[in-house]
Design a protein around this ligand. Structure first.
Ligand code: PHB
Length: 391
């Protein structure tokens, strides 16, 4: 007689495993496909890299998984080019069949992503682009933002500048949704507070030939200048503004992107510039200090607002997916979990509005050396008005 080859317990365990499809399933849970659509070239390349770094840092801190699922990344360089945006996002949605889209920096590209996300039902988390429409007229149950609306920093600084008693301001930006909407928020608050936008200047994205416009600012002699520029363009604008001799006579203000992640390159030309943003250097909270230390150790770089937004996009993904045990098809439950979440961001706690945009403090900052030094809170728990959102 042959010996029993299997311990009787083995058969019992096999039966138990069959009765427990979930236990068997988790061992082979398919990887979560995350589509990163970001600029890795062009004027916003550094921003895209910081977002990816922040995203990966959070995932690493969470043990390399989201809701128990390992991650497979699919990446597209969107070049901040709206004309290629729909094709690019479809590479991720149709070809790669990603479970979630994370992107992007440029508002025009983000609006194309939002359209595809809305039509396909793919979960989208926007880790920067402020296009007001994404959490306005295009708002949807499956679209979320970890960053800001373009309106928010502009509105916050408009209030502060009006209270300072500034009267006549010239605005200057790249001519596209982000610049226009940033100026829109600024103008709304500044004029409500008694100021006047006396001239609206712009140039096409991503041009950086500022000379003619700087000459016009000099001739207009406003009390101050409000600006929206970011990335490589922000570096050049701040340097050109100083080189044109305007820094001494006409104070420069802006949405905080003007000086975030750019100070090493701008050097002394940025000194004293006042901005508003949902992040600052020297917040000195335990949460932010831990984040900054981990980021600096991992990437040998100082974090900036973009790194924070990438980190928080990953936190939001985890909150949403933990609520449904990783089942991305449960869109209503993902939305419900995020709508009631308090997100423990390095920037400070924030929640999401009904339109899924952060309701957050907008800090007032001033450049001192290599820091966007915290001066105070320009606007507490500021919510975007979400104009046109029906949800
Ligand atoms: C945008 O296009 O919405 C945008 C780009 C860069 C920033 C902020 C906003 O730093």
């Amino acid at each position: 007689m042959t010996k029993t080859r299997h311990h009787p317990l083995a058969a019992a365990l096999a039966l138990a495993a069959m009765a427990l499809p979930f236990a068997a399933h988790t061992q082979t849970a398919p990887k979560l496909k995350v589509g990163l659509m970001l600029p890795y070239t062009g004027t916003y390349a550094a921003l895209g890299n910081a977002i990816e770094n922040g995203f990966r840092l959070q995932i690493a801190e969470a043990g390399g998984k989201v809701a128990g699922r390992e991650i497979e990344f699919f990446k597209v360089d969107d070049e901040s080019d709206p004309s290629k945006a729909t094709d690019n996002v479809n590479k991720l949605v149709k070809r790669d069949a990603v479970d979630v889209l994370v992107g992007t920096v440029h508002s025009g590209v983000a609006m194309a992503m939002a359209k595809v996300a809305k039509d396909s039902g793919t979960l989208l988390i926007v880790p920067n682009a402020g296009a007001d429409m994404v959490t306005g007229a295009m708002c949807a149950n499956n679209i979320f933002r970890s960053s800001f609306s373009n309106w928010q920093p502009g509105y916050a600084l408009g209030e502060v500048m009006a209270k300072k008693g500034l009267k006549n301001v010239v605005t200057i930006t790249h001519k596209y949704a982000a610049g226009d909407e940033s100026v829109g928020g600024f103008k709304e608050a500044f004029e409500k507070g008694g100021g006047k936008v006396v001239k609206v200047l712009s140039l096409p994205f991503p041009n950086v030939e500022f000379q003619a416009l700087l000459t016009e600012i000099a001739a207009t002699k406003p009390d101050a200048v409000y600006t929206f520029f970011a990335g490589g363009a922000a570096v050049k604008f701040v340097k050109d503004y100083a080189a044109a001799g305007l820094k001494k006579s006409i104070p420069l203000y802006g949405a905080g992107f003007l000086t975030d992640g750019t100070l090493d390159a701008q050097g002394a030309d940025a000194e004293g510039v006042i901005t508003s943003l949902h992040y600052a250097d020297g917040l000195n909270t335990p949460r932010d200090n831990a984040f900054r230390l981990a980021y600096a150790k991992t990437f040998k770089l100082q974090p900036d607002v973009y790194a924070v937004q990438g980190y928080d996009a990953a936190q939001m993904l985890a909150i949403g997916l933990n609520a449904v045990k990783g089942d991305v098809s449960k869109k209503a439950e993902i939305a419900a979990a995020l709508e009631k979440a308090k997100i423990d961001s390095p920037r400070g706690m924030f929640s999401l509005s009904k339109a899924h945009n952060p309701v957050q403090d907008l800090y007032l900052r001033q450049v001192v050396g290599k820091e966007n030094k915290l001066v105070g809170v320009a606007s507490k728990s500021l919510a975007d008005p979400a104009r046109g959102c029906k949800m």
